[in-house]
Design a protein around this ligand. Structure first.
Ligand code: SF4
Ligand code: SF4
Length: 298
């Protein structure tokens, strides 16, 4: 028996927490209320910006690098770690903590979060958490619910300000994040992975570049033959030159086409003809040499 033991709530603290959230935590809907406020006057101000694991989505990276006025490559180098774990099917990007005693977030300043208007999804969501019932027929896209997280040191829960879930999410500007999150799931929860597919190192690199290193991906789009090979609306091409959101939308479409064979891109007719021509030539060449069609040719 070579199979590694599966993580279960009994053996894995993370699985245990997930299990508790699904079975014990009160589920909140859009109109449920809770009390919370976070501001410089709370005694715990900034204490939660230390020693935390914050996974960044492609949209988080886009917003953060733009807020800081640096390229995606610079942002990834300076502010992130790329954990390598055997069970990760797609690349992950984690916000770097400083190498000091308290492991403060590299984006924290004396006045608070240095990127507040563009802080990442998990920082916006707290104290709400979002969970989904995994064992629904469509997996993690099944029933979703919010729940309240209560970190012991967080005094925000003692404040008198009350919110409905809906108002809190609006106030935090979650709509755009949710929209991009859903689009990203089209990649990370793709049937290819559900069927046990594994990306080659080369494809993983492409995934990482297109999703997270957008400025490098832009160079690839505009300096390779990509746009000559596919039909892409000219206005959209112009948009991609200077608009990161347009480029990220294109990146997701490109990955769905190139990694999973979805018809999200249309090769130009002349490229298809040339491709067909080369197939025909291969067939002719094979016949001339007396090798069956489809067999490898030199
Ligand atoms: S990004 Fe901002 S809010 Fe989030 S942990 Fe860092 S300093 Fe805190
Ligand atoms: S611990 Fe809670 S109240 Fe204190 S800064 Fe963090 S989120 Fe705000």
């Amino acid at each position: 028996m070579s199979d590694a033991p599966r993580a279960t709530p009994a053996t894995d603290p993370r699985a245990k927490l997930q299990d508790r959230i699904l079975t014990e935590y009160p589920r909140l809907g859009p109109d449920d209320r809770f009390s919370f406020a976070c501001h410089p006057g709370v005694s715990c101000f900034n204490r939660c910006c230390r020693d935390v694991n914050i996974f960044l989505s492609p949209y988080d990276v886009l917003r953060l690098k733009r807020r800081l006025g640096i390229t995606s490559g610079e942002f990834l180098d300076r502010y992130t770690l790329l954990p390598v774990q055997k069970d990760l099917r797609t690349p992950a990007v984690v916000l770097r903590m400083n190498d000091d005693a308290e492991k403060t977030c590299a984006l924290l300043t004396e006045k608070g979060c240095g990127v507040y208007p563009d802080r990442p999804w998990p920082c916006r969501m707290y104290p709400l958490g979002l969970a989904a019932q995994k064992d629904t027929p469509d997996g993690w896209r099944g029933e979703r619910f919010y729940f309240l997280q209560r970190d012991e040191e967080c005094k925000g829960h003692e404040e008198s300000r009350t919110w409905t879930v809906r108002d809190f999410l609006d106030d935090q500007g979650m709509d755009a994040y949710d929209e991009w999150g859903e689009a990203f799931k089209e990649l990370t929860l793709h049937q290819f992975f559900e069927d046990g597919g594994i990306l080659s190192p080369q494809k993983l690199h492409m995934f990482f570049t297109a999703c997270y290193d957008l400025d490098r991906f832009r160079t690839f789009v505009f300096e390779s033959t990509l746009l000559q090979r596919f039909e892409v609306d000219e206005d959209f091409v112009d948009e991609m030159r200077c608009d990161d959101e347009a480029l990220l939308r294109f990146a997701f479409l490109w990955l769905r086409y190139s990694l999973f064979g979805e018809p999200t891109m249309r090769p130009r007719a002349e490229v298809l003809e040339a491709f067909q021509g080369s197939l025909d030539k291969r067939a002719l060449f094979s016949q001339a040499r007396g090798t069956p069609q489809g067999e490898a040719t030199p």
